[in-house]
Design a protein around this ligand. Structure first.
Ligand code: SF4
Length: 424
């Protein structure tokens, strides 16, 4: 039997794309292997949001060259955001790569495999349904229309296209039937879901529809843009039992001038008012955010606005990154990457230290409390899962509890996770 290895880097959208490709490869009769070197088919699903991610992909591609030379029949495919509309430069740089595929465009690989294996790809692909586990991602809207000045995504993933509610709920039903208990609805701008659909349905409607699916216990959604977070969505988080109380709401920078240069379309004050509204409607909500330090022209005092927003809002989780120019973005053409590397490093460290302290304090409040955990798996003799607020929880037990909803009493807390004991 032929084997495949899919290597993924980057965001949840990439992970979801990989899951769906793996599902198609499985339906074509290939089996997964952990070894990229030995696999008959290797797919690298790439990310270009940060230079470090792109460097890792290039490193992986380079390391595959000897294996491809030894076994010319091996298929090497590069997928994801590194692949733009034109591939001539990539083809010249990596001549040993057989297939280049833009995000979600699986057909070139599936067709090539169909030819090589003598099977009809039409019959093999079927509906692209993720491999079933306890949790699964469902992409609901592809692409992005926002064109933030630092971001390459709209150029690589294209404009926003929403899937229909029927299509998504059908996939959710299929996943639930295969044992999935929690789905995360994904989009680069998940909360702008539906604006391009003729029926006028939005994410609030979709959350309600997916909540109706029997067998699913929980529904989450990622990632929201502050400008698209409507009252209807907030109401859905508040009112629908299966929708978890967690919102990822990137603010990116605390200073209004920096936000304008980023083309984010909101102000520090507007963001704070939105957080107040969400917390007023959903008091138990946990919030996470994404931010960039050292964006073009960010002065030290402007960076202080980012720190004060962190201090005031007190997020549960923060994904922070130092700015690096991405070729092809608006910022790369119109702004100067003028914050010294040393300053970027110091700012990142300041954010990480502050957030560690805040997350430690927030999680300490959980000590002694009970929390409901959906058990996702086992790591080093301990079960792990997440609670509704997306907090990672570890506990020990001899029973096989994968996929179960259990109650855990929190006995120990840290900034990144909770530990406890199962409540019988
Ligand atoms: S909203 Fe901005 S940061 Fe997010 S994907 Fe779109 S362009 Fe990129």
């Amino acid at each position: 039997m032929r084997s495949y290895h899919v290597w993924t880097i980057g965001c949840q959208m990439n992970k979801a794309d990989s899951e769906r490709l793996e599902s198609a490869l499985g339906q074509m009769g290939l089996s997964p292997t952990d070894s990229a070197r030995d696999a008959d088919v290797v797919v690298l699903n790439s990310c270009v949001v940060r230079q470090s991610a792109e460097d890792k992909v290039v490193g992986m591609l380079t390391s595959l060259k000897p294996a491809k030379q030894r076994a010319p029949d091996k298929i090497v495919a590069l997928m994801g955001c590194m692949v733009g509309p034109k591939t001539d430069r990539l083809e010249a740089r990596f001549p040993y790569v057989d297939v280049f595929m833009r995000p979600q465009q699986y057909a070139p690989l599936i067709d090539l495999l169909g030819e090589r294996m003598g099977v009809d790809p039409e019959g093999c692909i079927g509906p692209l349904v993720a491999r079933a586990d306890v949790t699964a991602y469902i992409p609901i809207i592809h692409g992005c229309d926002k064109f933030c000045s630092f971001c390459i995504i709209p150029y690589r993933r294209g404009r926003e296209v929403s899937r229909t509610i029927d299509d998504i709920t059908q996939e959710a039903r299929l996943l639930a039937h295969r044992g999935v208990r929690e789905v995360t609805l994904l989009g680069q701008n998940v909360d702008s879901y539906g604006h391009d659909l003729p029926d006028g349905h939005d994410l609030g409607d979709l959350l309600a529809a997916v909540s109706e699916v029997d067998g699913l216990e929980r529904v989450r959604f990622l990632t929201s843009h502050p400008n698209d977070m409507s009252d209807h969505i907030i109401e859905a988080v508040n009112g629908l039992d299966k929708v978890c109380e967690h919102v990822n709401l990137p603010f990116q920078a605390g200073d209004d001038d920096v936000l304008e240069r980023m083309r984010r379309g909101y102000t520090n004050d507007g963001y704070r008012r939105l957080v107040e509204k969400i917390r007023a409607r959903v008091p138990s909500v946990s919030l996470s955010t994404d931010l960039i330090v050292g964006f073009c022209g960010e002065s030290d005092s402007q960076f202080q606005e980012t720190l004060s927003l962190l201090r005031d809002v007190r997020f549960d989780k923060v994904h922070a990154a130092a700015y690096s120019t991405r070729e092809g973005t608006i910022a790369s053409r119109t702004l100067e990457d003028d914050v010294p590397q040393e300053a970027k490093r110091e700012r990142l460290k300041a954010v990480e230290e502050l957030q560690e302290q805040i997350a430690t304090e927030i999680n300490t409040e959980m000590l002694g409390r009970t929390t409901r955990v959906l058990v996702e798996g086992r790591k080093r003799d301990r079960w792990y899962g997440r609670n509704r607020n997306d907090k990672l929880v570890f506990f020990s037990d001899d029973e096989d509890l994968k996929g179960e909803l259990v109650t855990v009493q929190v006995e120990k807390t840290g900034p990144w996770s909770l530990q406890g004991a199962l409540v019988p």
